[in-house]
Ligand binder design. Sequence first.
Ligand SMILES: [Zn+2]
Length: 191
Amino acid sequence: MWVTPTSFKGFVPRKITAFAWLVWDRKILTLDTLFARGCNKLSSVTCLLCCSDIESIDHLFFRCRFSMDIWDRLALIFSFQRAPSSSLDLWGSWLCELDPLIRLPCSLIARVALWHIWLTRNNCVFNSVIISMHVVFLNICHMYLSWMSAAPAKELHKLEDSIAAVRRYIQFFGSHSCLELEPDGPVDFTG
Ligand SMILES: [Zn+2]
C-alpha cells in the first residue's frame, strides 16, 4: 500500500503538500542535481548541514546527521519505531508499517519536518546562517500545532495524543522567544 504525499491534504497548507510531493517525486534541486546540470553556484556539492557527504535528496532529508537528529526526536514524541531512510521509504514502507492509530499524525509531522529541513538548508546555503537543531525542532512543533486548529473534527481524536505530546515538549524545552526561522520561508524550491 502506498500513501502519497497529497493524502490528508485538507488542513495542510498547499505549499507544504506541494513540497512533500516534490521530495517524493525527487524534483528538489539539491546540490548534486545542480552540479549534474552544471548550474551549482557553490564550489562544492557537500552538504552544508553536516559537511560530511554529498547533498542529495535522501542525504539531506533522511541521512544527514542534522536531519537524523530531528527524526530521532520526532520518534520519541510521535512514538514511531524507526526513522524513514529515504523519500520512497517515507511514503511507502515507513508509513505503511506504522500503527494505524498514529499514521495520520506521523504523516503530518513528516511534511512539517521536510519543510523545515529545507528552510534550514536554504538559510545555510543562501544566507550562511546556521540554525540550531533545537530551534528548528521547536519551529516544527509550533507549525504542527498551528495546523491542528484547522483539523476536521472527525480527525481530531486521531491527533489528540500527538497534540498533547508536542505541547508537553514545548512546555518543557522551548519558548517562542527561541524562534528564529520564518515559518513561511522561501517557496521557490525547484527550477
Ligand atoms: Zn548532511
